[in-house]
Design a protein around this ligand. Structure first.
Ligand code: NAD
Length: 353
């Protein structure tokens, strides 16, 4: 018998393939934009400059100041350029950090956004913005934040370093895992979740062995789109909360933290979600939590929070922060088992059976 559900689709246009970046000028025209500002990190400035050349008169130049965690000071610098140059749209090329800057501008101005993702983090498919001000992170959701157009070009992901490809891909899988047991889960998003996990689980070990494998890169980006769509459509639970707490409190890197925590968060929830564990069988086998731990090993990722520089003394603080603001999770939060979860993730042990 089908479960009752409510499904709200996010609006948006998605273009996927190889060489799709060539379609940027026509997408700018389709939106009726005359002067777009191109956004990038300092590392990807040259990519943004090439896009500016393609756009000719429709380019208002490049702002290559995007950094992790979307600090408000950086957004304010970009906003000054938006005002000075009469910018009427933004084009973000990069990972979640650059996309976050584009979203921060769109939230303040409602300017249309075209996003060209080059990692697997999935921010491009969500109406969510996380910003930092004086070291504190605030997260908000708003229709203005959701990008209007997303252009996925497999060619642009070929340079994503092998290590970041693995952790960014597992970061994407985390969105889909939590979508399957979300309180507001629905049949469309669950289908996308299983398909996305399958594509990434197949592709990531191939990319780790040969980052130039085009077919695997294509599968991974396809999976990342599906998993990002899951993140944008339904609520997340324990895993995302824990990563938010750990990343924010101890300044741990985003994708690596997700990669370490995911097997443990799934093992914690497993007793409460037997139907989800069955659903994961075809893509992750008989022990999905262990399979995710093994996948992290197969892509050469670090598997203990201690390897990211977290102090063992910080485990108790992490537990109390994770317990501080109650939130929905399929298995109720209990400080004892939660401490055991974080301790295992800290040590790099396999997830609890
Ligand atoms: P990132 O954007 O910080 O990128 C990491 C580094 O890799 C950067 O230096 C970037 O320039 C470089 N890079 C990206 N793509 C590359 C490529 N193809 N080739 C070479 N170098 C490349 O990393 P991320 O993991 O994509 O994003 C993390 C951030 O995104 C976090 O701040 C996280 O909170 C946020 N995020 C937000 C959402 C959301 O829905 N709001 C979702 C996921 C992530």
């Amino acid at each position: 018998m089908a479960e009752p559900f409510v499904y709200t689709a996010n609006p948006g246009r998605v273009i996927f393939g190889e060489g799709t970046i060539a379609r940027l000028p026509e997408e700018v025209e389709r939106l009726g934009l005359a002067r777009v500002l191109l956004l990038a990190t300092p590392q990807q400035e040259a990519d943004a400059e090439r896009l500016a050349d393609r756009l000719g008169d429709h380019s208002a130049g490049v702002f290559a100041g995007a950094v992790m965690h979307t600090p408000v000071e950086v957004t304010e610098r970009a906003m000054a350029i938006v005002a000075e140059r009469g910018v009427d749209g933004v084009v973000a090329i990069g990972g979640g950090s650059t996309i976050g800057l584009g979203k921060a501008i769109a939230y303040r101005t409602d300017l249309p956004q075209i996003v060209i993702p080059t990692t697997y983090a999935g921010s491009e498919m969500t109406p969510i913005l996380g910003e930092t001000s004086d070291g504190a992170k605030t997260t908000r959701s708003d229709a203005k934040i959701l990008p209007e157009v997303v252009i996925y070009d497999v060619d642009l992901t070929m340079t994503l370093p092998a290590a970041l490809s693995g952790t960014s891909g597992i970061n994407a899988i985390a969105h889909a895992i939590e979508a399957l047991y979300a309180r507001d889960r629905n049949p469309i998003i669950s289908l996308m979740a299983v398909e996305g996990i399958g594509a990434l689980v197949r592709a990531l070990p191939v990319i780790a062995a040969d980052p130039a494998d085009k077919a695997a890169r294509s599968d991974a980006l396809y999976g990342a789109w599906l998993c990002g769509s899951c993140l944008g459509a339904v609520g997340m639970a324990l895993h995302h909360k824990l990563c938010h707490v750990l990343g924010g409190s101890f300044d741990l890197p985003h994708a690596e933290t997700h990669t370490i925590v995911l097997p443990h968060a799934l093992a914690y929830n497993a007793p409460a979600i037997p139907e989800v564990m069955t659903r994961l069988l075809p893509v992750l086998g008989r022990d999905p939590a262990r399979a995710l731990y093994d996948l992290a090993g197969a892509v050469g990722a670090k598997r203990g929070l201690r390897h990211l520089g977290m102090d063992e003394m910080a485990i108790d603080e992490a537990v109390s922060r994770a317990m501080a603001n109650p939130y929905w999770n399929p298995r109720p939060l209990d400080a004892g088992p939660l401490r055991a979860l974080i301790a295992r993730a800290w040590a790099g042990d396999p997830p609890a059976a």
